[in-house]
Write a protein that binds this ligand. Structure first.
Ligand SMILES: [Zn+2]
Ligand SMILES: [Zn+2]
Ligand SMILES: [Zn+2]
Length: 367
């Protein structure tokens, strides 16, 4: 596209004329003289000359392109305007392919660009993260599902969500610090700003991938168990006293209502060693929703809070998520979640759209 102006500085050892004078050097000097005249009176700096030269060359290269540029601009605006309704239509009509394309572009495009630009730190972290999540996906796709798997998975994603949120916050704080010049003894401000913005990016990127993957995992696990369905009525009979998120028995703890045992809803209870749950001591806390369906406390909390679902996994009745939000961080996180959606556009859809545009311009014979 147009942004790539040709390099202007004459290459060293360019073509040499018959009388031994470097032609490129002469041309260069002539161009410099012309450009210098633009700066009436005063003598321009090296940088100013270079910029002016680039501008002149850009103008020369695109002489008489006004109509072409206008058409390209129209196509660009049209594609941008079409993007949100297209994405919404796609999500409604083909949720499965939409989900896969969304996760695929978010997972694969950033490491591709990082590799191309040799950002090896990002690639290394991405590989470690990908290896861990491959194992998690492996666990989530086993048939039959091991009863401890759902809470393990929710525990893992609760951790990754929290860590990426923390990294995001740290990056934001660092960024604000250097914005207000509040770092004493800072010598390289540019590097500091760069690093804090990079930290924000890491926090957003891995948070986004975590959230998409946990949604994928919880749907896959629900489908394996067969009690919960994404639409319509459940097809499989749910025996009394069974948690439909993990398929395990609830134990005889149903008398302990969520009101008398609020502390049990915290994450510390997710992923306790399985030896703690034996037939002799079935003390696993449970939670009953307004629709009277009952689950293990850690299962339903994982489903709603970590998995971002606001319906009962069995009957799809709306769940009042406010009952899970007890710490002030949860409310602050709303800003983070909207930043994540922006991130999805930035690293997922935008590169795809730019590639699409480049393809359209190429087909139409535009530069
Ligand atoms: Zn042009
Ligand atoms: Zn359960
Ligand atoms: Zn229900």
């Amino acid at each position: 596209m147009d942004s790539a102006a040709r390099p202007l500085v004459a290459a060293e050892g360019g073509p040499v004329g018959s009388d031994g004078i470097d032609i490129a050097a002469v041309n260069e000097a002539q161009r410099r003289a012309q450009v210098s005249m633009l700066f009436s009176g005063r003598s321009p700096s090296e940088d100013e000359i270079r910029l002016a030269l680039e501008r002149e060359a850009f103008k020369a290269e695109h002489k008489g392109h006004e109509k072409k540029h206008f058409v390209m601009f129209l196509i660009f605006v049209a594609v941008l305007a079409m993007l949100p309704p297209t994405v919404r239509y796609w999500r409604r009509r083909h949720p499965v392919s939409y989900r896969l394309a969304s996760i695929g572009s978010i997972c694969l495009i950033p490491p591709y660009f990082a590799l191309a630009n040799q950002y090896f730190r990002f690639v290394t972290i991405w590989l470690i993260y990908a290896a861990a999540n491959t194992y998690i996906l492996y666990l989530a796709t086993r048939t039959p599902l091991y009863p401890r798997t759902p809470r393990r998975i929710y525990q893992w994603f609760a951790l990754t969500n929290k860590v990426s949120y923390m990294i995001f916050l740290i990056g934001m704080v660092l960024f604000c610090f250097c914005f207000f010049n509040a770092v004493p003894g800072l010598t390289d401000t540019e590097l500091f700003v760069e690093n804090s913005m990079l930290t924000v990016f890491y926090g957003l990127y891995f948070g986004l991938v975590s959230r998409d993957l946990v949604a994928l995992c919880s749907e896959k696990m629900a489908a394996t168990l067969g009690y919960a369905v994404s639409n319509g009525l459940p097809t499989k009979y749910l025996p009394h006293g069974v948690c439909c998120i993990c398929g395990d028995e609830l134990g005889n703890t149903s008398s302990r209502s969520n009101n008398s045992d609020r502390n049990s809803m915290s994450f510390e209870h997710i992923g306790e060693p399985s030896s703690s749950m034996t037939k002799e001591a079935p003390m696993e806390p449970t939670h009953k929703l307004e629709c009277e369906h009952e689950f293990h406390a850690c299962c339903i909390r994982g489903w709603c809070v970590v998995g971002k679902k606001d319906t009962c996994p069995f009957c799809l009745e709306k769940v009042n998520l406010a009952m899970f939000k007890r710490n002030p961080w949860d409310k602050q996180e709303m800003h983070y979640v909207s930043a994540l959606e922006y991130m999805r556009f930035l690293v997922g859809w935008q590169p795809l759209v730019l590639m699409l545009l480049a393809g359209v311009f190429w087909v139409l014979g535009l530069e």
